[in-house]
Design a protein around this ligand. Structure first.
Ligand SMILES: Cc1cc2nc3c(=O)[nH]c(=O)nc-3n(C[C@H](O)[C@H](O)[C@H](O)COP(=O)(O)OP(=O)(O)OC[C@H]3O[C@@H](n4cnc5c(N)ncnc54)[C@H](O)[C@@H]3O)c2cc1C
Length: 384
């Protein structure tokens, strides 16, 4: 089945859905309220579930050279000692600059025939297939996709009981020019108390750094980064912190979305609007990309849009729900773990890294399309 789709939101979720639906024969128009397609923030991790889909839609070949294929993930303590190291090559992990990701998605979408209207704000989605615009136009469609991000007033008006709120974790994302602080294709997370620093190469010439702390940690949240304060927490990182403090930075709060259903009539809700979650497992965009692929496949197999959307949610939702729960546990563990129990933390790290059942449950999304019953049409085993 194919027809016409109107999409509210030109972020990662909306652009990716646009490409997949266009590749499945739909005519697609994306409405983005901003003046340009733009991503705030620094780098983003892409895992197997999103890479498989990006490959199938023809975007990954252009995207991969913009980023870095990560070979290993490390956890280090406050003194810089490596406590754990994982080979991540079997599960595939890339880090790319956020702006490169949306640029490649927008370019691929346009090549696939998608119309992208900038400065175009949607205000409501109606279950019988209308996207209502701020200027009063009503865009008729066979399918409406709501991808307007975690606050999503459109979702709140459409789905009773939908809620979004901020968690008590602050993250500062820095984009450092140069690779001096991350020469190898390795991602390292330094832990000390309730603070974390993640350092990852994100392109040949840039390094993505995030610093994370509790909202009540005034010194940790301060911008520009307080080098003296953070050096007290991570004494071995003073020189690195000096480099980080000079880089452009954006501040965020972790957030969470509870949306009791993802579809109503001819309207589907995707991306953070449907399942916004803390990025502790690096899966927000990954879920959006994977779920959009499943949406197109369900639409292919059904004669009615309404039935296809019901089946889509029934089939894929458990992966996002489970990933949301584990992301929140991980966030709590890193943010609220009491200092008096610090000695137990390495044991819990060890369990996360070495108990296969726990790992399989927590990282269900990483198993990719197989986890939701859509085996990829390409073999990724030999790909980068
Ligand atoms: C610190 C941090 C780190 C993260 N790291 C990762 C990671 O490593 N890997 C990963 O997979 N995910 C990660 N995520 C999550 C990921 O960034 C999000 O899941 C993803 O960006 C959500 O995309 P989206 O398109 O759903 O929403 P958004 O990015 O919010 O995009 C929504 C778009 O809709 C537009 N819009 C809003 N309202 C309207 C309207 N009314 N009409 C028209 N347009 C509208 C907005 O301008 C915007 O362009 C991270 C998130 C954070 C905060």
């Amino acid at each position: 089945m194919a027809g016409h789709v109107e999409i509210a939101g030109g972020g990662i979720a909306g652009l990716n859905a646009a490409i997949i639906l266009a590749r499945h024969g739909w005519t697609v128009r994306v409405h983005e309220r901003a003046l340009e397609i733009r991503e705030a923030g620094a780098g983003i991790f892409l895992r197997k579930n999103s890479i498989d889909v990006l490959e199938m839609e023809g975007a990954f070949a252009d995207l991969a050279p913009c980023g870095v294929k990560i070979l290993a993930a490390r956890i280090a303590d406050r003194e810089g000692r490596i406590r754990q190291e994982f080979d991540v090559t079997p599960s595939r992990l890339h880090c790319v600059p956020r702006q490169s990701l949306v640029d490649v998605l927008a370019q691929t979408a346009r090549q696939a025939g998608v119309e992208i209207e900038l400065s175009s704000t949607a205000t409501a989605a109606e279950p019988d297939g209308y996207l209502v615009m701020q200027d009063g136009r009503r865009r008729k469609a066979d399918l409406v996709v709501v991808a307007d991000g975690f606050r999503s007033p459109i979702r709140n008006a459409l789905i009773s009981g939908a809620r979004a709120w901020e968690l008590r974790t602050t993250v500062n994302r820095h984009l450092v020019s140069g690779r001096e602080i991350a020469r190898a294709p390795i991602t390292t997370q330094h832990w000390s108390g309730n603070r974390r620093i993640g350092i990852t190469p994100t392109s040949e010439t840039q390094t993505y750094v995030y610093t994370i702390c509790h909202d009540d940690d005034a010194g940790g949240r301060k911008l520009p980064l307080d080098v003296e304060d953070w050096t007290r927490t991570f004494p071995s990182l003073r020189e690195t912190l000096e480099v980080i403090s000079a880089a452009p930075v954006t501040q965020y709060h972790y957030h969470l979305v509870k949306c009791p259903r993802w579809q109503k009539g001819r309207v589907a809700i995707i991306g953070d609007a449907a399942h916004g979650l803390p990025p502790t497992l690096g899966q927000g965009a990954g879920l959006a990309i994977m779920n959009a692929y499943a949406l197109a496949k369900c639409l292919d197999r059904q004669i009615s849009v309404e039935e296809a959307l019901r089946q889509w949610e029934e089939r894929v939702r458990f992966v996002s729900d489970r990933t949301q729960r584990w992301s929140c546990r991980y966030d709590w563990f890193t943010r609220e773990w009491p200092e008096s129990l610090e000695f137990l933390r390495p044991v819990i790290f060890w369990m996360f890294g070495h108990l296969p059942l726990l790992d399989r449950r927590m990282r269900v999304a990483e198993r990719g399309l197989e986890a939701i019953g859509f085996a990829p049409a390409i073999s990724s085993a030999s790909a980068g």
